[in-house]
Design a protein around this ligand. Structure first.
Ligand code: MRU
Length: 340
């Protein structure tokens, strides 16, 4: 389990240590949560949102315990959590929900306000598991027995409260008795595919084959793949998708090879305020993530490095978006407004 709320603390499975070590971080204040999100100890759009919501609870608890002024100090807690990562909209969506609860509590007794915040964070937690289960059930109908499905990054249980998004679809298809195999792109530079997706699937005995990102064309050309499925960090109103760097390449390759390209995301990832994907901010991460591996330099000193964490897949490449409110097919993007 990527995260859980236990005795007034947020317990996170430190994903930077997987698969070698299963280390749990106990976050007792919002700064620890913010730091964990920044360094990807907790990651994946839905998990970031839920973790940040509990970060607000921890911030409020701390202010209350030392007799501080919630009204004066809580905005800085929200601000610190909002500034952790810019791309996944679930972060802002969850913090906005927490902010609305806080506004409703203004003028009320501080202990009651903190309890209301804790109740909302717990609701977000339960809703995430439920949404992913539902989208998994909708999506499973798209996968036939015997398919080998290509994915990138980790859009699994580790990226959410439970089930995952792309991997929820795989899990539900397997639960229906279909034989499904997964091909996992390693996902340079931080290897969420090699380290996390394979770890999750091996534990559930779902067949998984690891490839480097540059092998995707090879496996498609050889007829080894029947569909591609990815998660999303933000979906725009016109169906454009922003997801882990390398997703766009897979979508273009899938088109060339006549393969369906599916994106699985709950509505908490859909941002209707973005008319199109080019408006979505793309996180740029530290150069060392590309130029070094676990503290060891791979590239010569002084080389220029680019490290965008996400890319934009235009809606025209997306066969269908699998959501917790149903499947939206290419060309029906206005349905996103109706379902929202
Ligand atoms: O940088 P990460 O590991 O947080 O990126 C995660 C992804 O790109 C996932 O595909 C996305 O958040 C969906 S997770 C269900």
């Amino acid at each position: 389990m990527a995260l859980r709320w236990e005795n007034g603390s947020l317990v996170l499975l430190d994903q930077t240590k997987l698969p070698e070590e299963e280390v749990y971080l106990v976050c007792r204040d919002h700064r620890q949560v913010a730091a964990a999100i920044r360094r990807l100890a907790v990651r994946g759009a839905p998990a970031i949102g839920v973790a940040a919501a509990f970060g607000v609870v921890l911030g409020a608890q701390e202010i209350l315990t030392r007799g501080g002024d919630l009204g004066a100090e809580l905005p800085a807690v929200f601000q610190e959590l909002r500034s952790t990562r810019p791309t996944a909209v679930n972060l802002f969506w969850a913090l906005d929900r927490m902010a609305r609860v806080w506004q409703d509590q203004s003028g009320k007794e501080p202990t009651a306000a903190v309890s209301a915040l804790e109740a909302e964070a717990s609701r977000l937690y339960r809703e995430d598991a439920e949404s992913n289960r539902r989208l998994g059930e909708f999506g499973a109908a798209l996968f036939a027995d015997g398919m080998n499905i290509l994915t990138i990054c980790n859009a699994g249980a580790l990226a959410t409260v439970a089930y995952g998004t792309a991997l929820a679809v795989v899990r539900m298809a397997v639960a229906q008795g279909k034989k499904i195999a997964v091909t996992a792109c390693e996902t340079r530079p931080l290897l969420q595919g090699a380290r996390l997706t394979t770890w999750e699937l091996i534990r559930e005995e779902i067949p998984v084959t690891l490839i480097t990102d540059s092998m995707a064309g090879f496996v498609m050309q050889r007829g080894m793949i029947q569909a591609v499925i990815t998660g999303a960090d933000r979906v725009a109103a016109n169906g454009d998708v922003v997801n882990k760097i390398g997703t766009y390449t897979l979508a273009v390759l899938a088109r060339e090879h006549g393969l369906p390209f599916y994106v699985a995301a709950p509505f908490s990832t859909v941002d209707l305020t973005m008319a199109e994907g080019s408006l979505i901010p793309i996180e740029e991460r530290a150069e060392d993530e590309v130029a070094c591996w676990r503290g060891r330099r791979l590239a010569p000193a002084g080389v220029q490095v680019l490290n965008p964490a996400f890319d934009l897949t235009p809606a025209r490449f997306v066969t269908a978006l699998i959501t917790d409110r149903g499947i939206v097919r290419n060309g029906e993007w206005e349905k996103l407004q109706q379902l929202a």
